[in-house]
Design a protein around this ligand. Sequence first.
Ligand SMILES: C[S@@+](CC[C@H](N)C(=O)[O-])C[C@H]1O[C@@H](n2cnc3c(N)ncnc32)[C@H](O)[C@@H]1O
Length: 577
Amino acid sequence: MPKKDFQNWSKEKLLHEYKELSKRKKFGIVWEDKIEEVAEQCKTSLPVLKDEKAKSFSTDKNGINHIFIEGDNYHALSVLNYTHKKKIDLIFIDPPYNTGNRSWRYNNDYVEKEDRFRHSKWLSFMSKRLRLARNLLKENGIIVVTIDDYELFTLGLLMDEIFFENNKIGVLAVESNPRGRTTNKFFATSHEYWLVYAKNSNVASIENVPLTEEQKKLFNLEDDVSSYRLLPFRRSGGLSTPEERPNSHYPIFYNEKTGKIDIEPFKNSIKILPIDSSGRKRVWRQTRPSLMEAVGRGDMVIKENGKGFVVYMKDRIKEGRKAKTIWINPKYDASSHGTVLLDKILDRRKAFDYPKSLYAVLDALSVLVANKKEAVILDFFAGSGTTGHAVLELNKNDGGKRQFILCTDNQDNNGSGTKIASDICYPRIKKVMSGYSIGGKKIAGLGDNLRYYSGELVGNIKTDNDKRVLTSRSTEMLCLAEATFDEVANKKGLFAIYENQKQMTGIIFDEDAISDFKKEAKKHKKPIVVYVFSYDHTYNEEDFEDLENLKVVKPIPEVILNVYRKIYKELYKPRNL
Ligand SMILES: C[S@@+](CC[C@H](N)C(=O)[O-])C[C@H]1O[C@@H](n2cnc3c(N)ncnc32)[C@H](O)[C@@H]1O
């Protein structure tokens, strides 16, 4: 690039240059955005959902309605931006790892190791989806993205850019392959990474993990308060000298007969100092005020050991402990508890390439949504459906009513002649919900219902007639947004009413049908949300004044179009490279 001749520039030109330079990105990830066909399609068409009634099923009328969306997740996430904005508690995704081993397609072509734009393609793909996904999280929501060495660093920077560094709440190492990948030239890879980000770390929270039986056994003493173990009150190791911690070196006064402990001398008391076995001055674990609080709680114990007095503090058993960042447990082995388990459920060999261990996902859910019994959990790279299975298991274990939303494409399952959504994910979820048998042994179904949708596109909205077409194709989205799936009335092309146990949704496709719609709606008592067709964003409020159970009226397709306009504008905003 030729050198710029700033000396001879005018003030205006210099100011303009300064503004342009200060807009430039100073730190972060930069890549060449690679056009993606599915995203391009959405510039001329709009994504909607099609109800695949024949694939939806119910095992329990009062159970939860879980959602399955077959199709590209760019489309599904766009639809969810209308139906589920800020409604999701947890997103758990296991995206393609971009290993270059013919495992991931971009614009229908496998991305090979030699592809110069391999990382740029992956970043273009992930960036759009993660941006769309962020809008879906509740303010206290959390996202987990699993990854291995191929894209760890790129993903980390991308997550920092989209979710912000201060919302990074954990980088876990999960031992998913305890044997280690022996085909590696150098180290035998045995773990992968789970990056955990909060939408807002100031309001997000996670749970402790319960103690194992082994850990509980350590608390082998008991008093009126709880089980406990005794820990020496004298510090050893690092930061244990009076020079390092002057406030923690002080005498403790004790009377063996009465058991009294104090920091001031009293009648018949002996003085105990933190001196170690080699005669070196050390410090106590806590300062004087904290010691006196522990004395007040009855948590200090002093014992004679033949050589002198030893001071102990009671360490009380806790409900659980903080989850650690390294997860090692045979049950996290993706081969035995992913591949083999899936083969057994589907009664097929090598059904799917890289399912996660059911128990690794289950334990993640336990840490992230154990106390959110009605959480909504989204996995938009569902693959074989492990996340859905884990949600059902967690609900079974603790009586929760968590709902899953799974989305996966229906691409060819790596040359096996099967398709991922229809031949792997869907049958797995169906079997797990309805029951199945392994080698003659019956496994009881975990219940609930599944609503199956596929992604579709409608032509872009240019004319008034296009608006009518979009309206007629938006029923599924509106029912999904309102969680009303049971049909109450349907006058084709005029209006339809759907309900759940608490409320109804009315959709008026033709404004001339408002009176007939109201006649039908008045027969029912539940509160009703009404969507009414309108060429613009207006409707006549008086038309609905006499509908007593009315909650709100929304004009369609304007409410949907507004969301699409906003999200696509955000995505295609020029980035400051
Ligand atoms: C690594 S697998 C997920 C495996 C899953 N965690 C399990 O335990 O089975 C990633 C999945 O994402 C799906 N996928 C890839 N690109 C997609 C896209 N654009 N839209 C929807 N699904 C996609 C693939 O079909 C693949 O099965």
